[in-house]
Design a protein around this ligand. Structure first.
Ligand SMILES: Nc1ncnc2c1ncn2[C@@H]1O[C@H](COP(=O)(O)OP(=O)(O)OP(=O)(O)O)[C@@H](O)[C@H]1O
Ligand SMILES: [Mg+2]
Length: 211
């Protein structure tokens, strides 16, 4: 049986990952493709518990290395329990965040090193890399406008400063320069429909039988 396709969404908080991942899931489902949508950190019982630790505002003193290792522990579980088995059955998997988030957030913004972080994450995933990644780029100002409009209470990560997000963006851009075929940068500042149109075009480019 043909292996499923693994697609991930990346971008800073509020960039539209969940919105676009949902559009993609519906698009694929309408074309008869079996697809699951999952998210990081989380997606399994163990991983959801790790997610609670990571997003708990009381854990503001969590050191960068501990934070990275928690994300990697969560990803190892998520990959082994959900992603690999699904791909093996020919199911397509859409994940809201994956290795690139660690590289941009912990590797670049927290200064742990991008190459090092990528290497550690490959250990956690036993070498699994997405087939295709959509990086939705927006400015930190636009992200905070969207989140405020949602009336959302800010979690630990969202309380971080604008400079932090600028470094995250720098990290994502570095990945794009390293792996331009896999890591596709999309202008996320447009309307949800316009952003989706950019993604749809790329998907059809890559998988022409889906038209
Ligand atoms: N292209 C867009 N233009 C304007 N608003 C948008 C756009 N896409 C999504 N939104 C809105 O912005 C907010 C954040 O979108 P969404 O939840 O999809 O982003 P996200 O990247 O998944 O965020 P998070 O990291 O917080 O999960 C939502 O209120 C959503 O309705
Ligand atoms: Mg989301």
């Amino acid at each position: 049986m043909e292996r499923g396709v693994f697609i991930t969404f990346e971008g800073i908080d509020g960039s539209g990952k969940t919105t676009q991942a949902t559009f993609l899931r519906d698009f694929l489902t309408e074309r008869g493709i079996e697809v699951i949508m999952t998210r990081e950190p989380g997606g399994t019982r163990v991983a959801e518990k790790i997610r609670d630790i990571l997003l708990d505002r009381n854990n503001i003193g969590l050191v960068a290395r501990a934070e990275l290792l928690l994300y990697l522990a969560s990803r190892a579980q998520h990959t082994a329990e959900i992603i690999r088995p699904a791909l093996g059955k020919g199911i397509w998997v859409i994940s809201d965040r994956f290795t690139d988030s660690s590289v941009a957030y912990q590797g670049c913004a927290r200064g742990l090193g991008m190459e090092k972080t990528r290497e550690l994450s490959l250990f956690a995933t036993e070498g699994l890399v997405p087939d295709l990644t959509f990086y939705l780029e927006i400015t930190p100002e636009e992200a905070s406008r969207r989140l405020a409009a949602q009336g959302k209470t800010l979690d630990r990560l969202e309380v971080e400063q604008k400079e932090f997000y600028l470094k995250v963006i720098e990290g994502y851009r570095w990945i794009g320069s390293q792996e331009p075929d896999r890591f596709i940068t999309i202008d996320g500042s447009k309307s949800p429909e316009d952003v989706w149109e950019q993604i749809r075009t790329r998907i059809i480019d890559r998988f022409p039988h889906l038209i």
